[in-house]
Ligand binder design. Structure first.
Ligand SMILES: Cc1cc2nc3c(=O)[nH]c(=O)nc-3n(C[C@H](O)[C@H](O)[C@H](O)COP(=O)(O)O)c2cc1C
Length: 193
């Protein structure tokens, strides 16, 4: 039986879109998993047609840039548009995870991931973290390491603010995101509805 995983993301300037594509590519690598990528800006009203895809999915992945230390306002518009589904607990027991991208190495990305996790808990979903050891944390490490930002509760990536999405975030972050997508897809197969 196949399962589906929807990645919902927002990207103002293209960096998080690159990460979303990397995550989605990882999801699609896993046999028996349908990968669907949706733009949160088209899901900001309760009657947005695309929300039906989320209703029917087995797993959901949330992604947004960190703006002013939290998820972007556009992504929060999507979050708030789900409140009627929360009332019904319609998404209970779906598997969930999240990712965020920002300009600074730290940049308060943790707060955005905590927001996503809290959102998933409000919906009674099952949260899956990054599942990768920290990279770039020893004398032989480098920025080319997977999980170079040392994230745990979700996937973090960093894009230099003067570079466009063709080069930022770097390949190591894209690889980290793809591995996260694989983990999410395998988690959905194991624990999803
Ligand atoms: C309104 C705004 C607020 C931002 N706030 C932060 C922040 O709190 N921390 C940070 O590291 N970068 C911050 N940035 C930089 C973005 O996170 C960064 O440029 C990111 O790559 C944008 O992703 P996007 O291209 O998907 O929109 C901010 C950018 C904007 C436009």
């Amino acid at each position: 039986m196949s399962v589906s995983v929807v990645t919902v993301y927002h990207s103002g300037y293209g960096h998080t879109a690159v990460v979303a594509e990397a995550v989605n590519a990882g999801v699609s690598c896993v046999e028996g998993v349908e990968a669907i990528l949706l733009d949160a800006s088209e899901l900001n009203t309760p009657d947005a047609p695309g929300l039906a895809l989320l209703d029917n999915a087995d797993g959901l992945i949330f992604g947004a840039p960190t703006y002013m230390g939290s998820a972007s306002a556009v992504f929060k518009g999507f979050m708030e548009a789900t409140s009627s589904r929360w009332m019904e607990q319609k998404w209970a027991n779906k598997v969930a995870g999240g990712f965020t991208n920002s300009g600074a190495m730290n940049g308060d990305k943790q707060n955005t991931l905590v927001e996503f996790m809290t959102f998933a808990m409000q919906h009674s979903m099952i949260w899956v973290g990054l599942g990768q050891m920290p990279g770039n944390n020893h004398s032989g490490g480098s920025e080319n390491d997977a999980n170079r930002l040392g994230a745990t509760i979700g996937c973090m990536t960093q894009a230099n603010v003067d570079q466009a999405g063709d080069v930022a975030p770097p390949q190591s972050d894209r690889d980290t995101a793809t591995a996260f997508g694989v983990r999410m897809a395998e988690s959905v197969k194991r624990w999803g509805r």
